[in-house]
Design a protein around this ligand. Structure first.
Ligand SMILES: Cc1ncc(C[n+]2csc(CCOP(=O)(O)OP(=O)(O)O)c2C)c(N)n1
Ligand code: SF4
Ligand SMILES: [Mg+2]
Length: 290
């Protein structure tokens, strides 16, 4: 008999920003009525990546910085699944940076959630690529993932949320999951999720976040205009949040990459391997082992 091994009780510190994302993700999945067996969460390595252990859905821990490759693999194997990759700023923007950039180009219909706390929480608070100058001796300027995402002209979904604003976060996650389930392409959501133990930015971020939807001229279908709005908001000492890009129209048959999840492609997990040409390929493979 296979025993249920999860969800387990959370191992996060009380007050960790990641709890906000966990709660909003559950609400969004419930609101869309997504059955648990249709959901897969591929977690990165870090406090954030442990999120799949606390959810009653299929999940796995990927290698550090490699969760996107594994999440795209899961989606290709069975395109009917709703696949979420979730990890930290260290996982995604340091060791995983190469995969991060290419995920936008590939444009597979998965949701990538990054819990950005501007530090390596799990390994006890070292500087990460998003750390401010001066944090733990950091002398480099912080990396801005949303600006980078906006610079890649693909009809994808890009947003930033804040763990201190669960209402906005749930609305964004509902939209992102819908985008994926309609096979429209890659959805990237960065959540500002403070690490209360090593870098407690809750108060500072609450005072600084600026929902772009509240500014005049906001149009998330206009990538260049949103990019400029982000830069201006940053120049004013604020942190832009909200939906940063939402394509005006998407043709699912042509938008997603070469790894296109075309309606007539089943994916290996769904294919009948007893039929040609799979039978011949399988026999050849077995022959090679003889
Ligand atoms: C290949 C490899 N290198 C380094 C580590 C050590 N390590 C574990 S988690 C982590 C970074 C965690 O930071 P982040 O991704 O921001 O997650 P957080 O804990 O902040 O949620 C590092 C460097 C590792 N596990 N594997
Ligand atoms: S160390 Fe930081 S990121 Fe990790 S669980 Fe604790 S508060 Fe959250
Ligand atoms: Mg982190």
């Amino acid at each position: 008999m296979v025993e249920n091994v999860k969800p387990i009780a959370s191992t996060w510190c009380p007050g960790c920003g990641d709890f906000g994302l966990l709660a909003s993700l559950k609400k969004a999945a419930l609101e869309l009525g997504i059955p648990a067996h249709e959901l897969v969460l591929v977690g990165g390595i870090g406090c954030s990546g442990g999120i799949h252990n606390f959810l009653d859905m299929n999940g796995l821990h990927a290698l550090h910085g490699r969760l996107l490759a594994q999440a795209v693999g899961v989606k290709l194997a069975n395109p009917k699944l709703t696949v979420i990759a979730a990890g930290g700023d260290g996982d995604g923007y340091a060791i995983g940076m190469g995969h991060f950039m290419h995920a936008f180009k590939k444009n597979a219909s998965i949701l990538y959630l990054v819990m950005n706390n501007e530090t390596y929480g799990l390994t006890k608070g070292q500087a990460s690529p998003t750390s401010q100058v001066g944090f733990e001796g950091n002398v480099e300027n912080p990396f801005d993932a949303v600006l980078t995402a906006l610079s890649i002209p693909v009809p994808n979904f890009v947003a930033r949320t804040f763990s201190g604003d669960p209402k906005q976060m749930t609305a964004v996650l509902v939209e992102a999951l819908k985008f994926n389930r309609e096979n429209k392409g890659f959805a990237f959501v960065e959540d500002l999720s403070p690490c209360v133990t090593y870098n407690d930015t809750f108060k500072e971020w609450r005072a600084k976040v600026q929902d772009l939807a509240k500014l005049p001229g906001y149009d998330p279908t206009d990538r260049a205009a949103t990019f400029r709005m982000c830069l201006e908001t940053i120049r004013e000492g604020k942190i832009p949040i909200g939906v940063m890009h939402r394509p005006a129209a998407v043709d699912p048959a042509t938008s997603a990459l070469e790894l296109k999840l075309l309606p007539d492609r089943l994916g290996p997990a769904m294919a009948e391997i007893g039929l040609e040409p799979n039978r011949a390929a399988y026999a050849k493979l077995l022959g090679g082992l003889a």
